[in-house]
Design a protein around this ligand. Structure first.
Ligand code: TXA
Ligand code: MG
Length: 334
């Protein structure tokens, strides 16, 4: 199959992609968080194609994307009280809400769970695609499982060339990290995955929001959080602590066989150093992180060391992704 990149600002291209979704095919499309790999969310066969193209474990459920909060009504069996204030405040935007599913949602979308994850994305091309197709769009991030999520159309092409017909190009993703996944199906709203909307922002409208400990009872309730993720090819070690100390640690280990992800204001001039923003600029770090991780794949190195921000505000999601990329290789400098 030949994969074509189409300009997402052209209406004809949106129509072409919507037609592909309606015919049961797959389309990669831009959102403000990361690129998604979409299929008609009401078509079980089409959804099965997503799992094949990504090599995704069948026990890891997908997010269903809608073009308006009203579209949620037929997809859930019950609208929780918190839904309205959350959707009014954060949609369109990087917040995914978990609610009890209705029978309209095929079982493979939710991997057999009785709940469904729903998000209204903010990118105009995504909203237009969903509207024109007339159906909710099920989509995970458009990367093969385990790889950093794509934040540019060219990342998707590199990963899925020949596996999907169209990539709708909407430019670089402005947020650059995936949505926050918030479970509102029970009594207490719980963040299952930190993301573009912060805990602090959520608590302003819902003071009782809790952050699910990543290892409560062993198994995270968001199935996707179980897997090592976002990983460049060479093993990455996350170096946690004050930036002057972590920079010192990393500099003493830099060689032609090692590489580093560093803050602009603590970096050194070295061919294997990739920077991702000033230490105090979390918005830039989020936007550049996945592209930075991908840059290591063109270097012939045996180890990568990464600085990581404090876990406050957006720093929580950034540190979460860096730690996921590291797996168990974490060094904490006090
Ligand atoms: O920003 C995003 O969320 C992007 C864009 C494309 O919208 N999508 C994305 O999808 O990151 P994905 O599939 O890579 O991650 C979805 C996460 C996974 O961790 C999955 O386990 C969790 O959401 N999830 C989906 N449905 C769930 C459910 N019913 N209960 C708990 N977790 C769920
Ligand atoms: Mg993903």
């Amino acid at each position: 199959m030949k994969t074509m990149i189409l300009d997402g600002s052209i209406t004809e291209n949106i129509k072409l992609c919507a037609g592909m979704l309606n015919a049961g095919g797959l389309v990669a499309f831009p959102t403000e968080t990361v690129y998604g790999l979409g299929a008609n969310g009401l078509d079980e066969c089409a959804v099965a194609g997503i799992f094949t193209a990504k090599g995704r474990e069948s026990d890891n459920p997908l997010i269903v994307h809608v073009a308006s909060p009203k579209d949620v009504e037929r997809l859930v069996s019950e609208i929780p009280e918190a839904f309205w204030i959350l959707s009014r405040t954060f949609w369109p935007g990087p917040l995914t809400l978990i609610m009890k599913k209705s029978s309209a949602i095929p079982m493979n979308v939710t991997s057999g769970l009785e709940t469904v994850a729903i998000r209204m994305p903010g990118h105009p091309a995504a909203l237009e695609l969903i509207r024109v197709s007339g159906s909710p769009v099920a989509a995970p991030s458009a990367n093969p499982s385990g790889r950093p999520s794509p934040t540019k159309a060219e990342h998707v092409l590199k990963d899925l060339d020949g596996k999907i017909p169209y990539i709708l190009d909407g430019g670089d993703c402005s947020v650059g990290l995936e949505s926050t996944v918030l479970d509102i199906s029970g009594d207490i709203p719980r963040i299952l995955r930190p993301g573009g909307v912060t805990l602090e922002e959520l608590r302003e409208v819902l003071p009782n929001v809790e952050l699910e400990g990543s290892s409560v009872g062993g198994t995270p309730r968001s199935p996707g959080m179980r897997y090592r993720h976002y990983a460049p090819k060479a093993p990455l070690t996350a170096i946690l602590g004050p930036p002057d100390k972590t920079a010192e640690y990393i500099k003493s280990r830099l060689s032609q066989d090692t590489a580093a992800l560093m803050f602009d204001d603590y970096s050194v001039d070295h061919p294997n150093v990739v920077t991702f923003g000033l230490s105090g600029d979390l918005v830039t770090q989020a936007a550049r992180l996945f592209d930075a991780l991908r840059q290591f794949d063109s270097m012939d190195v045996e180890a990568i060391y990464a600085q990581s921000p404090n876990e406050e505000g957006l720093g929580q999601a950034i540190a979460n992704r860096i730690k996921k990329a590291a797996g168990t290789r974490i060094v904490d400098i006090i």
